[in-house]
Ligand binder design. Structure first.
Ligand SMILES: *Cc1c(COP(=O)(O)O)cnc(C)c1O
Length: 613
């Protein structure tokens, strides 16, 4: 793999050209040049780069796909969409999203009071707002206030209790009221690691019995005319389209039934999120078995069929895709700080002139007599010998020098096997490489920047930003700088990662993690007190010198700010540290110097600042 599967996961957003990764847009800058430009300004840790044009790209693709399916099937409903804020609430994502989608009536979805405040502040009047998730009286009142302000807002009810609160509040608040949506508890279920949102045991939604009850309550409180939408969400990252088709059949029938029961203003079916993103770097590991066009075609066609059978109006189709819209816009850049190899050459071997343990002699013989025919057999023998020798060491029978010779010989044998089998037994080689992987230490925290890797074992495409015209030779595992052993992405023979052999003391090497724009930022945690990395946006404009500019730069929080966030009294911390220096035995000039250094560090972020010499 020299192209790191870029054709599978990048959708043409990024390309490899002249040995570097480039943004495939307008002036086509190389990522490495953008990174160098920002590092020259002194920002040394991990960097999160946002590309607003990719947000626009995804929104346009989504609308185009649905609008052409609607044309194709001569569907009479409209297509509408909102962005679910829980997928990315960062202002440098949300504000450009709102700005770029102005002409499309694209709205926002909120799942909490804070998100609803964002939606109420930044959604254009006329663009929809939807509200999901559990709500109390206050949150529902907030929805009424939004409606009073003139927002097109729909409160989706997750349970009968919420409907009771709405009816109560409607008695107290002036019109206009918000629209009401009912979330359906489906019996069909999504597939994949995120599929807990659908299904009869799901956390959310009304059963059929509760739907009937809700209809009665709406009717008797004279609010039935505000009931406009039914909603479902079968879970994120739907890998196959068939569960969605099943869900649509179920919901389409419910829609038609409710209309027949008198819900005449029920005109929208909200199919939630779930549209998947391809994260795989190897075709065999793909996690999405459909195209966007298949997705939209299936939704439109299925709804049309069901509604036709029941002789009902074709509903407007609402979608709340989050991952699909936001994943591609952000790239995490991590500088490689160090390579930890157990790279031994024959020079490291320090055999004794006589009385080497017999098994060490045996290893030495294996090493010298290995050929392509016996390679695998000898390899297995040598691994057995190593086990025995390590046991002998534990029991006190061999010394440290023998143990070191064991390590070196086994390592040399593995290297030789890899060399001998290079063109013969690829699968076997990849398995063997697991034991000689190189560890690349990355200046970032996986807990902060890739929490779904840690929590859900989700893989993100990763590749070096340059040297792509050279064959990478090192089987790589990746370590972050937290002191947690879970902060590791180990070499996986099913999707092996190879990186370049570099001398970090002389040259820089950066890895990019792609498709990190959905869920990772706010979900990220401050394990070891590493914070959100320094971020900035790349704005394209052909009138500019390089065809783009770097804007909205936000530096990672300083150490003092992080401690302040945890409610430490940072003034007290500064006072204590200063006092310790005052009380020390240093002379007064040195005290000043040390204190100065300390203050500088407190005002920087906590990522490592190493640079190549
Ligand atoms: C999370 C969520 C979404 C977004 O799902 P994606 O898979 O990111 O598209 C949409 N709707 C609801 C109700 C959600 O909870």
């Amino acid at each position: 793999m020299v192209d790191y599967g870029i054709k599978f996961w990048s959708n043409g957003d990024f390309i490899i050209d002249e040995g570097v990764v480039k943004v495939n847009y307008m002036s086509k800058p190389a990522l490495i040049d953008i990174v160098r430009e920002v590092r020259e300004k002194g920002y040394m840790g991990p960097l999160l780069i946002r590309f607003p044009h990719l947000i626009n790209n995804q929104i346009t693709k989504l609308y185009n796909a649905f609008e052409s399916s609607i044309m194709e099937y001569q569907y009479k409903g409209e297509f509408k969409a909102v962005f679910p804020l829980k997928v990315n609430q960062m202002p440098n994502f949300v504000l450009p999203l709102v700005e770029l989608s102005r002409t499309k009536c694209y709205g926002l979805e909120a799942g909490s009071k804070a998100e609803l405040i964002v939606a109420m502040s930044y959604t254009d009047k006329g663009s929809p707002i939807t509200v999901n998730g559990f709500k109390d009286k206050e949150m529902i009142s907030l929805g009424f206030i939004a409606a009073n302000m003139g927002h097109d807002i729909t409160l989706t009810i997750e349970g009968i209790n919420e409907l009771k609160i709405i009816i109560d509040i409607a008695n107290d608040m002036p019109e206009p009221y918000p629209n009401i949506g009912l979330r359906i508890r489906l019996h069909s279920i999504g597939k994949g690691i995120w599929a807990k949102s659908g299904g009869i045991t799901s956390k959310f939604g009304l059963t059929s019995t509760e739907l009937l009850q809700a209809m009665k309550m709406l009717e008797s409180s004279k609010l039935l005319h505000k009931f406009t939408m039914i909603h479902f969400h079968i879970g994120s990252q739907i890998s196959d389209i068939s569960p969605l088709k099943k869900a649509i059949r179920e919901v389409g029938n419910i829609y038609a039934e409710l209309r027949k029961m008198g819900a005449i203003n029920l005109t929208s079916v909200n199919i939630g999120g779930g549209l998947a993103v391809e994260y795989a770097q190897y075709e065999s590991m793909n996690c999405k078995n459909y195209t966007l066009e298949e997705f939209s075609g299936n939704v439109v066609f299925s709804l049309k069929e069901i509604v036709k059978n029941k002789n009902e109006l074709e509903p407007d189709i609402f979608i709340e895709s989050g991952r699909f819209i936001s994943a591609s816009h952000a790239v995490l850049i991590t500088p490689v700080l160090e390579l930890f190899s157990q790279e031994y050459d024959e020079g490291a071997l320090n055999l004794k002139d006589d009385n080497n343990p017999p098994l060490v002699e045996e290893l030495n013989d294996l090493y010298h007599s290995i050929t392509d025919k016996n390679a695998i057999e000898y390899l297995h023998d040598s691994l057995d010998h190593m086990e025995s020798l390590l046991t002998l060491f534990d029991l006190g029978y061999i010394d440290l020098r023998d143990r070191s010779n064991t390590e070196v010989l086994v390592h040399l044998i593995i290297k030789k096997v890899i060399q001998l089998l290079k063109y013969k037994n690829h699968n076997e080689i990849i398995k063997i490489q697991k034991s000689v992987q190189e560890r690349y230490l990355l200046n970032c925290s996986f807990f902060q920047s890739l929490p779904d890797y840690w929590g859900l074992e989700q893989n993100f495409p990763v590749m070096p930003l340059d040297r792509l015209d050279r064959r990478p030779t090192r089987a790589a595992s990746l370590w972050d700088i937290t002191c947690d052993s879970d902060g590791e992405i180990s070499f996986n023979p099913q999707m092996p990662l190879y990186l370049h052999d570099i001398d970090i003391s002389r040259e820089e090497y950066f890895l990019g993690f792609f498709l990190v724009g959905a869920y990772q930022e706010v979900l990220g945690m401050r394990h070891n007190l590493f914070t959100h990395p320094t971020e900035f946006s790349v704005i394209f404009d052909d009138d500019l010198n390089k065809g783009y500019e770097i804007d909205y730069l936000l530096e990672a929080q300083t150490i003092v700010d992080v401690l302040d966030d945890l409610d430490y009294d940072t003034k007290e911390i500064e006072r204590i540290l200063k006092q310790h220096i005052e009380d020390s035995d240093l002379d007064s000039d040195t005290k000043k110097v040390v204190l100065g250094k300390l203050y500088v560090m407190l005002s920087e972020n906590g990522y490592l600042r190493t640079i190549a010499k």
